[in-house]
Structure formats: structure tokens, C-alpha cells
Design a protein around this ligand. Structure first.
Ligand SMILES: [Zn+2]
Length: 372
């Protein structure tokens, strides 16, 4: 590649952190550089690792790793020490998953605009293990290319694009089934766990009530007191208060793997209805009786949503947030076979017919610098 002469070629250097390479050039005073105007040399060199080689790279901190894959998830995560990390889950050409961790100083290399399906090429990472999953950590040498189109990696890009499309969830997390939740609740873990499920709101349990009031002065729960035909919310300590109404709707949800009893608290109901609980009580409810569910709330039954769920140690399932299912996936279902996990998308949709060049099945073409 280098046009010139007078240099010495030696074996690869291993005493400093570097990407795997075949040889090093020793440039001494005798070395000579000549312009090479007609040579098209890529400005970036990649030597993408394959998944199978990552394990042995864990032990060699000096060997830096380039990787390319398709984004499956992308989000910010806080550490216990308050650091904000960028986590990006990549799926490679063999559909193996590797997690990228960008430390705060490199976090900006991937933004929130990077969504599932985008292709990411990352250079000069360190392979480590985190929660039983292989992880690529950024180093100060790391660079990242989002949806790259460099000729030297076109084969990788084509193979990634030829993978079956992932089910877009509109979220950065994977969809669990209600059976996953049930199995998880049987594990007797003493901490809350979060899940996202695509489930149908099957039945609202009216007799459990649909709202309550908090005191505007002390924030304690108010006592509903029937006075003539009017329901008053009374604080045991304070007078002249304004009730702060909050949703609390008990409902059974179901998907193809089972059903679960859940509680929709204020944020999740407001996300579905776009009406505050106060407005619902004062403007939309047919009656203030908490055990008679307004028609507007009843109308959400038999609708399918993406639900952010928290499974509490006591087995209670709380719905924290609710989003609409992206319209393109409305007719698709998650795992339909009991006993299988929907953590792997099961409904392939047609392959995108994007192919700038014929796909060649030659592996390792990135090692040869293409001069096209
Ligand atoms: Zn009070």
C-alpha cells in the first residue's frame, strides 16, 4: 500500500493496544515517501472480529477489536456510581449478540437516533464479559460508523441487510411474554424486575375501584365519604384540602402464552387515555363512584399495547407505562408456542431487497484492501 521504500517490515507489535494486524513497518531515516496520486486507499482500516474469536480476546487487553453488526437495542444506562453509559446491543451476521458499552467520554459516538436495524461498525474496543454476556468496551481509540457504506465493508453490510428484519418494538428493550413473567416470578428473587410485554387488556376489575384521592396538604390517602348523593374525599388530619386524584385500575392482561393480573397506576392510565385522573373524575366520569368505571376507561379493554411492567418480589405486577404497538406489527404476534421465549423475535418479515452489489460469501475480505 505504501509507495516508497527504505522501510523495514517486521512482525506485528504486541506491547501496545492495537487492532490485530499482520505486520508493522519500521520507519527510519532511510525511509522514503512518494506521492501515490492514482491509488485509492481507504482512509479507515477495519479488521472485524468474528463472534467465535471474542472469547479468547477477553484475556488479551492489548488486542483491540473491531466489530460490525445490526443494532438490536440502544439506550443509556446509569451505573451504581452514577455514571451514564451508552449500551448498544449488536446482532452480527450470524445473529449472535454482543453488547457495546460506551464509557461517558465516548458516549456521544452513538446517539438516541440510532435505532434497531441500523448498522454500526465500531473500532478498537476491548472485549470483556458482563452479566454472562460478551461486551465490547470503548477505549480512547474507539471510532464508530453508523450505517457505513465504505467499499471495504460492503460484504458485511450486505450480509447484515440480508438478515430477517427484527420486529420493531418502538422500545430499546426486548419483548417478554407473560409466560416469561410467570417463570420469572417463580424464581423467588428479592428485587423488582422490569419487563416489556405486548399484551391485550382483557378485563378491568371494576369492584376494585379505579381511582383514589391524595391530600393536597399531607399527600396521605383520602377517605371517600358519601354525603347525600355526593362523594367527598376527606383527610383524617386536614381541612380545606383539594383532592389530588390518581388512577389505580386493576386489570387482567393476556397474550398468547397466558394471562396476568396487573395494576395500572396513574402514569400508565394517563398514557393510554391522555386525560388526567382529575379531569376524568370531574369531566368524563358518569359518576364519582370509584367502583363504577367510566365508559372511556372501559373502552381500552380488548386493545393490545406495549406495557412496561414491574414484577415485584411479592409477585404483584405493576404497569408503569403504556405505548401503542407500532402499526406495522399490529397483526404480528410474539411467541405463540408455550415454552418458548419471545426474547427472540419469531415473526420474520420479508427481507429488504437492498443490495448495492452482489453478495459474495467470501469471509475476511476486509483484510484485503479493495482498490475500487
Ligand atoms: Zn392531609
Amino acid at each position: 500500500m505504501l509507495q516508497g521504500g527504505g522501510y523495514i517490515a517486521t512482525g506485528p507489535r504486541t506491547y501496545m493496544a492495537t487492532v490485530d494486524h499482520a505486520a508493522s513497518l519500521v520507519i527510519g531515516r532511510k525511509a522514503r515517501f512518494d506521492p501515490a496520486p492514482n491509488l485509492s486507499i481507504p482512509t479507515v482500516y477495519f479488521n472485524f472480529a468474528t463472534y467465535d474469536t471474542l472469547n479468547r480476546r477477553i484475556k488479551d487487553a492489548r488486542l483491540l477489536t473491531d466489530y460490525i453488526g445490526r443494532v438490536k437495542a440502544n439506550y443509556l444506562q446509569s451505573t451504581s456510581t452514577g455514571k451514564r453509559l451508552r449500551k448498544t446491543l449488536l446482532q452480527d451476521e450470524m445473529k449472535k449478540e454482543v453488547e457495546i458499552t460506551l464509557w461517558p467520554e465516548m458516549r456521544h459516538l452513538i446517539g438516541d437516533d440510532v435505532i434497531p436495524g441500523h448498522i454500526v461498525a465500531i473500532t478498537s474496543t476491548m472485549v470483556t464479559e458482563h452479566n454472562g454476556r460478551l461486551q465490547l468496551e470503548s477505549t480512547y481509540l474507539t471510532t464508530i460508523f453508523i450505517n457505513p457504506d465504505m467499499p471495504q465493508m460492503i460484504d458485511h453490510i450486505n450480509r447484515l441487510r440480508a438478515l430477517p428484519a427484527m420486529e420493531p418494538t418502538g422500545t430499546n428493550e426486548q419483548i417478554a411474554t407473560l409466560q416469561d413473567l410467570k417463570l420469572s416470578s417463580q424464581q423467588n428473587i428479592q428485587s423488582s424486575r422490569n419487563f416489556i410485554c405486548k399484551a391485550k387488556i382483557k378485563q378491568i376489575h371494576e369492584n376494585r375501584g379505579w381511582y383514589y384521592g391524595l391530600c393536597s396538604k399531607c399527600s396521605n390517602k383520602l377517605y371517600p365519604q358519601q354525603e347525600n348523593d355526593k362523594l367527598n374525599f376527606v383527610c383524617k388530619d386536614d381541612d380545606n384540602i383539594i383532592p389530588n386524584f390518581r388512577y389505580c385500575v386493576n386489570a387482567t392482561i393476556e397474550d398468547t402464552t397466558g394471562s396476568a393480573d396487573t395494576v395500572f397506576f396513574n402514569e400508565s392510565m394517563q398514557a393510554i387515555l391522555n386525560i388526567s385522573c382529575g379531569d376524568m373524575v370531574t369531566k368524563h366520569a358518569e359518576t364519582t363512584n370509584p367502583k363504577i368505571v367510566p365508559q372511556l376507561i372501559r373502552s381500552i379493554t380488548d386493545t393490545t399495547r406495549l406495557l412496561n411492567l414491574t414484577l415485584k418480589p411479592d409477585g404483584q405486577i405493576v404497569v408503569n407505562n403504556v405505548r401503542d404497538v407500532p402499526s406495522t406489527t399490529e397483526t404480528q404476534s410474539t411467541s405463540t408456542v408455550p415454552g418458548t421465549s419471545a426474547f427472540t423475535p419469531t415473526t420474520p418479515v420479508p427481507k429488504p431487497a437492498i443490495s448495492k452489489r452482489p453478495i459474495t460469501e467470501t469471509l475476511g475480505t476486509d483484510k484485503k484492501m479493495k482498490r475500487t
